[in-house]
Design a protein around this ligand. Structure first.
Ligand code: AMP
Length: 360
């Protein structure tokens, strides 16, 4: 089977690495000449709205998927004329826009913080009056790793915030005093079968994911799975979807969804019976899903390598560590690799996390 992927970053690279044993071949479309998945398949160097290139991609693959949600929904709709695309253009349209996404949470009865659509400074002033401060102003689309958002603590912060975020459509969210952040990686087949991985605890540094730890018997697991099932069904979603939540007293508040394989699911490569990457490919290819449980008798975590990958010898001398170097140029704030830790118990895992953190 030939799989087309829009985007050829590390997520595309890990998809290709997971799909190769299933006899899948890959073609990527990405404007960056040096995209890190490129050498794992054919690489069409083109912009995401280049219709000639998109048609060229569509004609040489059996289906198309994407590795990041900033792809314009029109690109996916255009490709769908020629070849099946999973997830669908409609799912992408909702998941890439915080206003549509949060409105869907409300429709599905999923708790989320108060929010308002902000299309001007006047809208922002009114939203601040209704929701109160502190609050978080976020661009509706294209934000990632804490970019495209601003915490508003007082009226001075709010007074020019719409322009500070670029005079683009925004959403104002009530500030959530959360006790923790968790994410659920869920996957749904074309027939509607759903499987979920254990909830993952996430810690961020400067808005960028630093550490993900897969939980065991998390008290909100069933709740998160119920919320994810509602969203997956509402979107008639096919593939992996990541659902980020705030942990609050009494349960969870939905933060956002990502219509793709997700950084907080990288631990599944070594830590789960079947990784998020393989399960995404199985889902979009119409194959049965793999087991989403942890490898029996193990506990797993993932540490991101931001800006640089530590010396491989240092990392690999730790028997429980698995290094993933994305082959990208090192640059401050850039995700250039990750390390999975898979240990026999939680105590050992916590100890190894501390050891490896020293190398980052
Ligand atoms: P996001 O891009 O929406 O995932 O936001 C990035 C990070 O900002 C989250 O992981 C939270 O740590 C923080 N954050 C986002 N939205 C809120 C909110 N409404 N209240 C408090 N913190 C938030």
């Amino acid at each position: 089977m030939k799989v087309g992927v829009i985007g050829a970053g590390q997520l595309g690279r890990m998809l290709a690495l997971a799909g190769t044993p299933l006899n899948m071949e890959f073609a990527f479309l990405d404007p960056a000449q040096d995209a890190c998945a490129a050498h794992l398949g054919k690489h069409i160097v083109a912009n995401y709205d280049d219709k000639v290139a998109l048609e060229q991609l569509a004609k040489q693959v059996d289906l198309v998927t994407f590795e990041f949600e900033s792809v314009p929904a029109e690109t996916v709709a255009f490709l769908s004329q020629f070849v099946p695309v999973y997830p669908s253009a409609q799912a992408l349209r909702i998941a890439r826009d915080r206003w549509f996404e949060k409105s869907m949470f409300l429709e599905q009865g999923i708790p989320t913080t108060a929010f308002a659509n902000v299309l001007s400074q006047a809208d922002l002033d009114q939203a601040v009056a209704e929701i109160g401060l502190p609050a978080v102003l976020k661009t509706r689309t294209l934000g990632y790793d804490g970019k495209g958002q601003k915490v508003l603590r007082n009226v001075i912060d709010a007074s020019n915030a719409f322009a500070e975020l670029g005079n683009v459509p925004c959403i104002l969210e009530g500030f959530v005093n959360f006790t923790g952040e968790v994410s659920l990686i869920a996957v749904r087949t074309r027939e509607g079968d759903v499987r979920c991985y254990p909830l993952v605890h996430n810690t961020h540094n400067n808005g960028i994911l630093h550490l993900s730890v897969a939980s065991t018997d998390h008290p909100s697991q069933a709740l998160a799975e119920d919320y994810a099932a509602r969203v997956l069904k509402a979107l008639d979603y096919v593939g992996v979807l990541a659902f980020e939540f705030f942990e609050v007293e009494g349960g969870l508040k939905a933060n956002e969804i990502a219509p793709r394989v997700h950084n907080s699911g990288h631990w599944t490569i070594e830590g789960a019976q079947c990784s998020q990457f393989e399960n995404h490919l199985r889902a979009v290819a119409g194959l049965p899903l793999g087991d989403t449980t942890k490898v029996a008798g193990t506990e797993s975590a993932m540490l991101n390598c931001i800006g640089r990958v530590p010396d491989s010898v240092l990392v690999l001398q730790e028997l429980d560590a698995h290094l993933h170097h994305y082959g990208k140029a090192f640059k401050a704030g850039r995700k250039v690799g990750h390390i999975t830790l898979r240990c026999t118990d939680k105590e050992k895992l916590d100890e190894k996390i501390k050891t490896l953190e020293n190398y980052l």
